[in-house]
Design a protein around this ligand. Structure first.
Ligand code: RB5
Length: 144
């Protein structure tokens, strides 16, 4: 089964722990890059490690969260090999995979319930990248 890289700050810690349990129950392997408590911390300290694991293939993809999702998404997307998508509805998560081939799903932990987060994760996991014109667009994202 595939390996998922997880990262959060303190605001996403509780949801991260719950989602790790959820994906483990579905058979996925997990690398948890932290944070490891609700003590206040800085999301880049955990985001960069998760991004590098996805970039180098140690993990097949990632799931990350902070309070809004914005800070950790901004950090992840500084990595050339990362397409991190902030999703607060299942439809957005499915489209992030289908159209953008997002390799890190980002959740706004303070703005989604556990049940909503699971639905978003499931939509992402069940979707397939469509390729074609979407690959052409992805190929134009990088700053050369
Ligand atoms: C932490 O309070 C909060 O600022 C952080 O989790 C995130 O929302 C930043 O983008």
């Amino acid at each position: 089964m595939e390996t998922i890289a997880f990262a959060s700050d303190h605001a996403g810690y509780e949801l991260k722990e719950a989602l790790i349990e959820y994906v483990n129950s579905k058979g996925y392997n997990v690398i948890d890059f932290g944070t490891h408590s609700e003590e206040s911390c800085d999301y880049p300290d955990f985001a960069h490690s998760a991004a590098m694991a996805v970039e180098d293939g140690t993990a097949a993809f990632g799931i990350a969260m902070c309070g809004t999702g914005n800070g950790i998404q901004m950090t992840l997307n500084k990595h050339q090999g990362i397409r991190a998508a902030l999703c607060w509805r299942p439809e957005l998560a499915a489209l992030a995979k289908e159209h953008n081939n997002a390799n890190i799903l980002v959740l706004p932990a303070r703005f989604v319930s556990y049940d909503e987060a699971v639905a978003i994760v499931d939509a992402y996991l069940n979707a397939q990248f469509e390729g074609g014109r979407h690959q052409r667009r992805i190929d134009k994202i990088a700053v050369k």
